[in-house]
Write a protein that binds this ligand. Sequence first.
Ligand SMILES: *Cc1c(COP(=O)(O)O)cnc(C)c1O
Length: 505
Amino acid sequence: MSARLRDTLPESRSGETLDPQDWDDIRAQGHRMLDDMFDYAADIRARPVWQPIPDDVRARFRSNLPHQPSDLGEVYREFADFILPYATGNVHPGFMGWVHGGGTAVGMLAEMLAAGLNANLGGRDHIPIEVERQIVEWTRQLFNFPDGASGIFVTGTSMANLMAVLVARTAALGRSVRQRGIHDEGARLIAYTSTAAHGCISKAMDIGGFGSNALRSIAIDRTHRIDVAALRERIAEDRNAGLKPFLVVGSAGTVDIGAIDDLAALSALCREEELWFHVDGAYGALGVLSPALAPRLAGLENADSIALDFHKWGQVPYDAGFLIVRDGERHRDTFAAPAAYLRRETRGLAANSPWPCDLGPDLSRGFRALKTWFTLKTYGTEKLGAVITRTCALAAYLEARILAEPRLELLAPVQLNIVCFRYRADDADRVNGDIVIDIQESGIAAPSTTILDGELAIRAAIVNHRTDTCDIDALIAAVLDFGAQRSPADDGVVPKIEGAPPLAM
Ligand SMILES: *Cc1c(COP(=O)(O)O)cnc(C)c1O
C-alpha cells in the first residue's frame, strides 16, 4: 500500500466499517421488519392484488445517486410506503396472471439466513456447496435419474433451457466445439419443439448462435400436445436435406394451457433417432410430487435433461431455477474451464471439485439452495405435492363454474392448473382485453391474457398455495361485472349466446 493511501487510515476504524454502531438499534429495526413481513403475508387478503403505481411514487425511484448516508429507519419507511404496496401481487391468493409462485414465510426466513451467511456458491470447500449437492441428489431421486446425474441452480428455466441447448450442442459436436465454434457443422444443427413451447427455447437457439430459424415448431393437437408423427416426418425431411437434427425439447406444462407432451413417445423417438431429449418442465415437472399428476409425466425419467423452477409450483421465493442433466460428464464438458485463480486442491478451501462454476456460465452465485432446502425439509414432498394437486382441483372448480355460466365460454380443455376462457360478447377480443385490465386495476384478482386459435382468452393460472375457492368466485364475479359494463346489453350490443336464453343484465 502506498504511504499516501495508508495515511488515510483513521485512528480508530469503528466509524468506517459498514457494521452498525449500535447492534441493539439494528436488532430492533430488524425485528420490526420481520414482523411487518409476517403481517404482510398473514393479512394479504386485506390488500389489493395489484394497484397501479401513482406517478409521484414512480418518480421517487428516478432520484440522484445518494452520496450521504440516510437513517435505516427512514429508508425502511420508504420501502414500506412506496415499494411494498406496489409489488406484482404474486403473494396474493388472487394472483392468477402468468405462472408465478406464491412464496412462503419459511422461504423468506431462509433467504434472510442465506444473506446473513453471504455465501458464494461458485465453488470451494464449504457446506453451502454440500447443501446445493443435496438438492441435486433429491432432484435426481425425484426424477429417477441415475447416479452420475448433475444439477445446478440458476436464475430460472429460461437460463436452464439455454444451458441445456448448449449441453446438447456439445454432445452433438464434441467438446472441441468450445474452441472451434459451431461453424459449418453447427450451422446444420436443427432442434425441434412444439408451437406451444415457451418463447425462451427460441431465444436459447438465438443466443446459442444457431439462430431461431434452426428451431422447428411442430404442430400441436387439440390439447396442445406436440404431434409426434409430424415431428418424426420433419426430422426425416431435414435429414434428407442434409441437415443434422440434434435436439428435441418437450414441454411438461405449457405456459398457455398447461399441456404435457407425450414424454414417453418423445423419449422413444429421441432414442431411436439418437437425439438429445430435453424437457422444459418449468412449472410442470414438479407435478411428479402429486400422486394424481405423476402418471401423466411418464417418460420424464428418460429425459437427457430437465429444466424446472422451484419458484413456481415449488413455492420457493424467487429465484430458484434448476437444470438437471442425466450424464454429468456431458454437463461438465460444456462448462468446465481451467483458470489459474480457480486452481483446485485436494485439501484446504480450494478442494471439493468439481464446483458449480464447472456446470454453468456463472462464477459468483448466491445460496439459492438454502431456501429450497428449507422448503423441502419443512414441508416435505407430500405436503408440497398436495398443494400442487389442490391448484389443479381449483382449476377444475373454475372450469365447472365457467361451464355453468352461459355468459362465459371455456376456450381450452383444462388439463392442469391453467384455465382459459372468455366473456361472450361482440368484439370479444377487445371486451375481454378490457375486462382483464379492469380486474387488475380493481385489485380484486390478477388474471392475464393469451391468444388461442387467434382469439384473446382470459387466462387464470392457479399456482399460489394460498388460492382458495373464494378467490375463484371473486374472479368469476369480477369477470361478469366488468363484462356487463364493457358490453352492456342496452347498448344494442347483445352478447351472442348459443343455446342459452337471452340475458337479463
Ligand atoms: C415460466 C416458464 C419458463 C420460463 O422460466 P423462468 O423461470 O421465468 O425463466 C419457461 N417455460 C415454461 C413452460 C414456463 O412456464
